[in-house]
Design a binder for this molecule. Structure first.
Ligand code: A3P
Length: 302
């Protein structure tokens, strides 16, 4: 099945999941050819769940011996988190797969693919996967704002109500949202050393604790001395949305091949519960019922 989408890019369904149409061929190519290393760090996320933020956080944790995390001269102050920590599909879109071989370890690569569609070498290599999702209502509202900013001239955005109906039916980048979360959730329970499951809301609530957790999970735990020196707090500040918003390239830069992405569209409010400004109580009830029904018995809640 093919659908015109939630904003302006068409979607097609492949093995139960909805792909932005232009990403299906590259995703299939990745499945066949990507060779993962045990040292790779894969960030798998639901779109609009804080991918950009977590890219910055994981990049600064993993590279803290190379780049001091104090607020000066860090790569994140001169380049976009999407360049420091690229999407695997962007590398394939640019046809620069050869560069993957020369990337130094640990390679940091991101994806929105569902767990069951990841290249098999990622599953088999023993590399780590960090997963991030978010309250679906906030992610939906975030996506609408994002698409609005991306809208090419002359294109018309799908009306809000119509795109909400589609969302409830599972249409979302790599949705259904609930199936995407559940696949990683189950895997994180089965193989906690392989998949770390995080929620945007948990990062907002206790970022310091989750940075420590990430350090442990990724095999580079923070020493007592680092904690004393305030390295974790430095990472929190470096990756703060206001700091990131004001980095020149995040304000003015663009990237992407098929769709031109304004970097600034990745930074908006960065809060919890903004859906209340946009989704009516009836709509909220409808989506809550779907979420409850889909996640029932899994132990995963929002
Ligand atoms: P809002 O639109 O709700 O503000 P993604 O990076 O997966 O596309 O997600 C984008 C969402 O993450 C946006 O949410 C954006 O504002 C928020 N975000 C981006 N950088 C952030 C940061 N440093 N801290 C907290 N939230 C951030």
């Amino acid at each position: 099945p093919r659908h015109k989408g939630l904003g302006f890019t068409p979607y097609c369904k492949y093995q139960n999941f909805w792909y932005p149409e232009h990403l299906l061929p590259v995703s299939l190519a990745m499945q066949d050819t990507f060779e993962s290393r045990p040292s790779d760090v894969i960030l798998a996320t639901m779109a609009k769940s804080g991918t950009t933020w977590l890219k910055a956080i994981v990049f600064s944790i993993v590279n803290r011996y190379r780049y001091a995390t104090a607020l000066n001269n860090h790569p994140l102050l001169n380049s976009s988190p999407h360049d420091c920590f690229p999407f695997l599909h962007s590398i394939y879109e640019k046809n620069s797969q050869n560069n993957l071989e020369s990337m130094p370890s640990p390679r940091l690569l991101a994806e929105h693919l569902p767990f069951s569609h990841l290249p098999t070498s990622i599953i088999d290599s023993g590399c780590k996967i960090v997963y991030l999702c978010r309250n679906p209502k906030d992610a939906f509202v975030s996506l609408r704002h994002y698409l609005d900013k991306m809208m090419p001239i002359g294109c018309e955005m799908t009306p809000f109500d119509e795109s909400f109906d589609l969302f409830c039916e599972g249409v979302f980048p790599f949705g259904p949202f609930w199936d995407h979360m559940l696949e990683y959730w189950k895997e994180s329970i089965k193989s906690p050393q392989k998949v770390l499951f995080l929620k945007y809301e948990d990062l907002k609530e206790d970022l310091v604790g989750n940075i420590e957790r990430l350090g442990e999970f990724l095999g580079c735990p923070f020493s007592v001395d680092e904690v004393k020196r305030g390295v974790i707090e430095e990472i929190v500040k470096l990756c703060n949305i206001e700091t990131m918003k004001n980095v020149k390239i995040n304000k003015e830069g663009e990237h992407g091949k098929f769709v031109s992405f304004k970097n600034s569209a990745f930074f908006r409010k960065g809060g919890i519960g903004d859906w209340k400004e946009h989704i009516t109580p009836d709509m909220a009830k409808r989506i809550d019922m779907i979420i409850e029904q889909k996640l029932h018995g899994s132990g995963l809640t929002f």
